[in-house]
Design a protein around this ligand. Structure first.
Ligand SMILES: [Cu+2]
Length: 314
């Protein structure tokens, strides 16, 4: 574990007695609230100073799916959102990322790139993490500790995908409410017990909410070329079927030998991140869906889960 980048943001207990506005809270809660406030202020200051991207690790109620449940997310600001943020970098340039852990337990950060190390982040602490120079493509990042992983703190890093074409992204997730509730309560995950996910999401939403998401709903004009970056953050393999179009594989973390393949069905292995190119050669509204029947339901009810649409207008 690396320590050299660690920012010390604590040691403010001496100021607690001046916090007159916290009368309704216990001494412990006062201390905690005040610490968090100072902590967020110092994090914001560091960002203003250095200008690098930052992500907040936060725990909250995920209300974007039919079963509302506690989850952990990477948010782009201190405000809670049930949707993980996406990072963007230019190819071939190293950079940094400022991580702020607002959760009351420690977490482990990992960028899913060969040779990258894991970084431990204490409760209510922050950390400046180096991001290596990378080739164009879609990559995954996330929390690697059990609760961070099971509660869904995972996102995608897009390198060199912005600018030339319209860009869409699909973060794939499968979720067992029982496993999440258990992880949220702090119990260890029983990885040997059968895994029965009930919810299947694209960008943390289930169909039909997926088509209200401008990142997931592929809206194009006839003749447009677009890129779709797809990352499988779940605990099983997924496979997507495109109606109306073949897509060309541009990048893949797990199957570089498939680059250049043109297919209407794209498997995305557990942990894989890939980029496909789609050319809108015909008008119409076309579904894209997971080929696994259970993954196009919401808790068993069809249609739901991992379905979105491609809409090409004249
Ligand atoms: Cu189909």
């Amino acid at each position: 574990m690396h320590e050299k980048w660690r920012y010390k943001t604590f040691g403010f207990n001496a100021f607690i007695n001046c916090s007159g506005g916290f009368d309704h809270l216990t001494k412990f809660e006062q201390m905690h609230s005040f610490k968090l406030l100072i902590f967020i202020a110092s994090a914001a200051f560091s960002i203003a100073l250095q200008g690098q991207d930052s992500l907040w690790i936060s725990r909250g109620e995920w209300t974007d799916i039919p079963d509302s449940v506690q989850s952990i997310r990477f948010n782009s600001n201190p405000q809670w959102s049930g949707i993980n943020s996406t990072l963007s970098r230019v190819p071939g340039e190293s950079s940094t990322l400022f991580l702020i852990n607002t959760d009351s337990i420690s977490h482990t950060w990992g960028l899913q790139v060969e040779g990258e190390e894991e970084w431990e982040l204490a409760a209510f602490d922050s950390l400046l993490i180096p991001i290596p120079a990378m080739a164009q493509g879609t990559y995954r990042f996330g929390l690697l500790d059990e609760s961070g992983r099971v509660l869904g703190a995972s996102g995608q890093l897009q390198v060199g995908l912005e600018g030339e074409y319209p860009l869409f992204h699909w973060n794939l997730g499968d979720w067992s409410m029982e496993r999440m509730a258990s992880a949220d309560a702090g119990y260890p995950v029983d990885w040997d017990s059968p895994y029965v996910p009930e919810q299947f999401t694209i960008n943390e939403r289930t169909f039909p909410a997926t088509v209200d998401d401008s990142d997931a709903f592929v809206a194009l004009s006839l003749g447009d070329t677009c890129l779709i970056s797809i990352a499988n953050h779940g605990f099983m393999d997924h496979v997507f079927h495109f109606h109306g179009f073949h897509v060309t594989m541009m990048t893949s973390t797990h199957h570089p030998q498939r680059i250049g393949w043109s297919k209407d069905t794209v498997p995305i292995r557990m942990g894989e991140a890939l980029t496909v190119r789609l050319i809108a050669y015909q008008v119409g509204l076309y579904p894209v869906h997971n080929h696994n029947l259970i993954a196009v339901t919401n808790a068993g009810f069809y249609p739901g889960g991992m379905i979105t649409q491609i809409h090409v207008t004249p």
